[in-house]
Structures are given as structure tokens and as C-alpha cells.
Design a protein around this ligand. Structure first.
Ligand code: SAM
Length: 354
């Protein structure tokens, strides 16, 4: 892997303008580890801030000990001298992160954003303008653009709307989770409304028979696992997501709604890798179907094969997906069986047994 046009443009700009990469240099939102590894640092090491476990792992592999790694849920450094921002696809994540980082800038801090021209909109520039200070952009080069913001420490910033909470619909078909509040940190899947596929899934969640270990795989805001916990009060829950924002959201949603949390686990990790072999009774999954981090199919494949490995014999894997994605073909290959629990014109819920 090597840096792309957006990273190259930023690196060239830093070199040509002689920006001193000294003091506290923060890189926000890098996805591959290439940018922190390529920075011509003087006497400091960059601090990478990311919401993605996979990006964190990539940076660990690429930059090793030459970078400090922080998640978007960690406390940012107190004073930032250089802030380099790889523009994320999800604007809410940028908004929330700028709310956290901008107060730590000073008048002399250098702030440069970079991204594909198609990912930089007026709304992106407005965020820098509102939260950092006067903002301008570069010309597009190889379909990438830079953003320059001059920190204004006198700027009065609007209130950070994140994390956001909203009540689920009051609908009997949703069971005990109906009408409950869910909490969403910025950038989490369907952060301000219930996804229609998830809504369909909630209507058919299985009731187990006590003491079971249930995994909410790709938990997002934790609505599926929390509903499963309410329907199965003696079950032990594990919530997994590769997004730090998602796992923090799932914890908040679960703790606000489940009176006796038992020893629920909230884990940031890749697919089922945090779960030991043959240790789960039920895995519930609404797989990611578009992601900038890996191709959809690969993540779904890792989730499905990981679920089979981590289930006890007789344990069940339940998955909801768009009908056209054809998950039943993969499940038959991996588990040797697959049946349809429920279907709508758009979605199917499938069950495979280990
Ligand atoms: N379960 C939630 C719901 O139904 O609202 C979220 C479902 S969303 C379609 C898929 C989730 O998978 C996202 O929260 C995403 O961050 C997570 N995800 C993507 N890649 C992952 C990976 N490699 N390992 C674990 N989770 C991942």
C-alpha cells in the first residue's frame, strides 16, 4: 500500500511550504497508516486519532513505535501545534472531532485538511470555518483538494450535538425495546434514526432459554444486543464493533436500558476475533454493506466464518440483510445449512446452525 493522491498532495504542501513538524502533531482520520508513517517529522512523533480499530492496526503495522495512537474516545492532547485532517466520509465524525480538537489549537497552530475533491463539500468547509477559523481551499490536483484553516481562538463555537439520543418507535412488534432511548456517538451507523433493516430484525429476535452467551456483532449503537438482553434477561451479552464510537454508543444504550447488566462485554475489534472458539450460543449480525475500509464482501465473509468458529455446536447465527446481497449462499458454504426466518420485499433474516 502507498499514500494516495490526497495524502501526496498534503505531503507535498508540507514540504513546499516548510511547515515545521515539531511540537504536537495530530493526524486525524488517516485510514491506512501511510500518512503518519510518511510524515517528515523533526523531533516529535505524530499522534494519530482514529475511530477505526482496523485503521489503528494498520498504523501500528506501518508506523510502529514512531506514532502515538489514540481513539476518538480518548482525551486529545492538551495543546496541538499541527493538525492534519484526512476528511472522513461521515461529516458528523468530523464535526464531533473538530469540537474536541479545535479548543486545543492556538493562534500559531497549522491546520490542513486533505481529501478527494468529491468528499469535500461546502458543508465540510463550513465546519472548519465555524469550529476552527477562517478557511480556504486549494485547487484540485489529481482529484484531491486541501483545506487551510487559520485558528481563531476567540471564535464562539456552537454546541456539539454529539452524542445524540432518540427514542425508538413505540411499536408493539419491537418488543421490550419499543420506545426506549438509544445513544449515538458521531459517525455511528444510522446515528439519528432506526435503520429499516434493523427495525425488521428487532421484530424477529429469538428468545433463548437463560444463561446463554449472545454476541451483537457489528453492534453500532447496540440496539440489537440491548433488545436481545431485554428479551433474554439472564443472557450474557458481548458487543463488538470495529468503531470506537460504536462501542461507546452500545455501552451507553445498554446501560441506560438494562437494569441488571450482568457481566456484559463491550469490545472494539475486528469481526469475531475477540470471541474464543466455541464459546457463543447466539450471534446476531447486521453486516456492513458499504464501507470505505474494506470491500463489503470481505467483511461479511470474515464475520460469517468467525461466527461459525466462535459458536458452540448447536449455536445459532442470525443475520439480516438486503435480499439482493445473497447472504444465504455464503452461509450455506460456511455452515452447510441456512434457513429463512422472515422476509420482506427488501430484507431477509437468515439463520444458520453450527
Ligand atoms: N447492529 C447495528 C444496527 O443494526 O443498527 C449496526 C449495523 S451496521 C449495518 C454494521 C456495523 O458493523 C457498523 O457499526 C460498523 O462499524 C461495523 N463493522 C464494520 N466493519 C467491522 C469489522 N471488521 N468488525 C466489526 N464491526 C465492523
Amino acid at each position: 500500500m502507498s499514500t494516495d493522491a490526497a495524502d501526496d498532495y498534503l505531503l507535498r504542501h508540507l514540504e513546499e511550504t516548510g511547515v515545521e513538524l515539531t511540537g504536537t502533531v495530530v493526524v486525524l482520520g488517516d485510514r491506512t497508516g501511510e500518512l503518519p508513517a510518511a510524515l517528515p517529522m523533526k523531533d516529535a512523533r505524530p499522534i494519530l486519532v482514529t475511530d477505526s480499530f482496523l485503521a489503528m492496526e494498520a498504523a501500528r503495522a506501518r508506523a510502529g513505535d514512531s506514532a502515538t495512537l489514540l481513539s476518538t474516545q480518548d482525551e486529545p492532547p492538551e495543546r496541538i501545534d499541527v493538525l492534519l485532517v484526512r476528511i472522513p466520509k461521515i461529516l458528523a465524525l468530523l464535526e464531533d472531532q473538530l469540537h474536541h480538537l479545535a479548543p486545543r489549537l492556538h493562534e500559531g497552530s497549522v491546520v490542513v485538511g486533505t481529501g478527494k475533491a468529491t468528499e469535500i463539500h461546502t458543508s465540510t468547509l463550513n465546519l472548519f470555518e465555524q469550529l476552527v477559523g477562517p478557511t480556504r481551499t486549494s485547487l484540485a490536483v489529481r482529484k484531491a483538494r486541501l483545506i487551510f484553516a487559520q485558528p481563531d481562538v476567540t471564535r464562539v463555537r456552537p454546541h456539539n450535538p454529539w452524542p445524540l439520543s432518540y427514542p425508538l418507535p413505540v411499536d408493539r412488534k419491537l418488543g421490550a425495546i419499543a420506545g426506549r432511548e438509544v445513544t449515538n456517538h458521531a459517525g455511528v451507523f444510522c446515528a439519528d434514526h432506526l435503520d429499516i433493516g434493523t427495525r425488521f430484525f428487532l421484530q424477529y429476535l429469538p428468545v433463548t432459554h437463560g444463561g446463554d452467551h449472545i454476541v451483537d456483532l457489528g453492534c453500532g449503537n447496540g440496539v440489537v444486543g440491548t433488545a436481545a438482553a431485554l428479551a433474554n434477561p439472564t443472557a450474557q451479552l458481548t458487543f463488538i464493533d470495529e468503531s470506537y464510537q460504536a462501542v461507546a454508543s452500545a455501552r451507553a444504550t445498554f446501560e441506560a436500558n438494562v437494569a441488571d447488566p450482568g457481566d456484559a462485554q463491550f469490545v472494539v475489534g475486528d469481526a469475531m476475533s475477540p470471541v474464543p472458539d466455541a464459546s457463543a450460543d447466539l450471534v446476531l449480525n447486521n453486516p456492513p454493506f458499504h464501507t470505505h475500509r474494506a470491500t463489503t464482501d470481505l467483511v461479511a465473509w470474515r464475520m460469517f466464518t468467525g461466527a461459525r468458529r466462535a459458536l458452540r455446536p448447536g449455536g445459532q447465527f442470525w443475520v439480516v440483510g438486503n435480499r439482493h446481497l445473497g447472504y444465504h449462499v455464503k452461509l450455506r458454504k460456511i455452515f452447510g445449512n441456512c434457513e429463512t426466518v422472515a422476509g420482506s420485499p427488501k430484507f431477509v433474516i437468515l439463520r444458520a446452525v453450527r
